[in-house]
Design a binder for this molecule. Sequence first.
Ligand code: DON
Length: 621
Amino acid sequence: MNKIEPIGRPLQAALAPVQDYLAELHARVSAVSGGNPADYIPELGKVDPELFGIAIATVDGQVYAVGDADVPFTIQSVSKPFMYGYALQHYGRPAVLEQVGVEPTGEAFNSIVLDEVANRPFNPMVNAGAIAVAEMMLGDTQEKRIANMLELFSDLAGRKLEIDDAVFNSELATGHRNRAIAYMMLNTAMISRDPNEVLDLYFRQCSVKVTARDLAIMAATLANDGKNPLTGKAVFDAQYVRDVLTVMNSCGMYDYAGEWAYEVGMPAKSGVSGCIIAVIPGQIGISVYSPPIDRQGNSVRGIRVCQEISNEFELHAFNNRTNVRSVIRRDYRADLVRSNRLRTPEERAVLAKEGARIAVIEAQGALFFGSTEQLLRRLMHLAAEARYVIVDFKRVHLADRSARKLIVRVARAMAQGETELVFAGIAENGPLESLIKALAESEDGRVQLFRDTDTALEWCEDRLLTGAPFDLGTKFAVSEINLFKGLSPAECRLIESIIRPLMFDKGDVIMREGDDAKLFFVLARGTVSVEIKVPGRGERRKRVASIGPGLTFGEMALLDGGKRSADIVANERVICYGLGVEELHALAAEHPNVMITILSNLTREFSERLRHANEEIGVLE
Ligand code: DON
């Protein structure tokens, strides 16, 4: 293959659209003023209010950063969703729900309100809830708990993080309101350990030093089902990420949560240091750092940046981009589109008549409830008239639990009836592997499995053809072979005199691409595959056709005497008859009619194949 030279600055140019947009956005929002840096923790008040950084990280670890994206600050309340994820991961939902609820308060982050009915704080995003969650950090000693907490945040950021001691000490010295909350919770047994110890951890988690770049990676870890996109480390299970995002969505922006959900529509969390993270599941994590905050404790520029990004890229969670109908790439029947098995004219006639009893549906994209319902509705419609329905899953990249359950239901129902369900293109370790396991284990779900649609089609065609009257057996007369049709009995005997019987074992290469073409073959027993090299794929070969008894291969040698255009490989033990091209030409020199008949048979065969190929192209367009 020719090497393609890169044009211009390929990498930079490819990154430019998002990077350029962020640079413009940063410049525009730099003009926005309003709010003040938090100073109720004295150390926080010392910050330069003009610091302003934005970062976006994708689920595959690409980071776009502008402004002060590498300046460290303390994470503050943005630590809360991650500590909540930790608790879920280590204790499970029921235990965590006993410790803290999931109900928004509509109150400020430091409000002293507790759910007295359920005897727990309302949610893990307000201070009371976060303090209750901090109590769940594992470790026998406070040192160990601090080390575990730092390990959690380091895993999320993909680098080793540290505590800002100045901010920690400042908060420890002034955090009386949080102390009041913790003691109130001790009083009602919402926490059980020494409040000072729990608060020590809570203040430390708020004082973890991060940059906007780190926060974008942490947010992208949530976007990536809990797996850090830089390191690949699975920090949270996907089921718990969903819980974390749910609570961020309803409670992450405190008493601004409703308006935020309305305008921006992303699960998010803010911190009083002036940072905000937002998550677009499956796509990106966003972070903004700008210290001036509003009355609700949210960064003024941070809100503005997220609003603009949401509008610009249509990222509101309730924008609907799903098109369930696109799950069906196309469907067709085997009267028009046949397998790559070459068939005799008799077989072709049967398939033209009966092939409509084999239906093929090509599925594509993601299988979830809505798309699977569409797919299965079409499948049931086709099954009403077909004997075989092949579903090609090759282009399916995801199948969730609901999809698998619905498919199992259909497989079970169809196992009771006449129509056979055939699955093709299910990759090992692919999204449908667990479905196949479930079906294999269940007694009442019977599905035939094939590696690709072509093999599945061939199998279904063979079943339709079984018992057809033209079953030839191993030995058949020369006069019955398509290529020799029309020869007189005497001419047939001449052909027989130059035929050589040959036997090959499974996997034997009968003809090799590029070899001189000296023989052509009539297949008597077994099947062979026609394989070609795939350009640019090294030694990989692609099966383009298979051939069964009664058919010829290598016959192009009669026409051009050139090189072989493909490999022919025996699929099993094969018996065939070889005819020397030179011998046939010598024979034809004395009996010209032999060659004329053979060539006209060959031409008819080729024109029929071409006609069919055109028809198929029309259907598969
Ligand atoms: O509890 C506190 O006061 C702080 N360490 C964290 C508060 C915070 O970031 C609230 N978010 N806007």
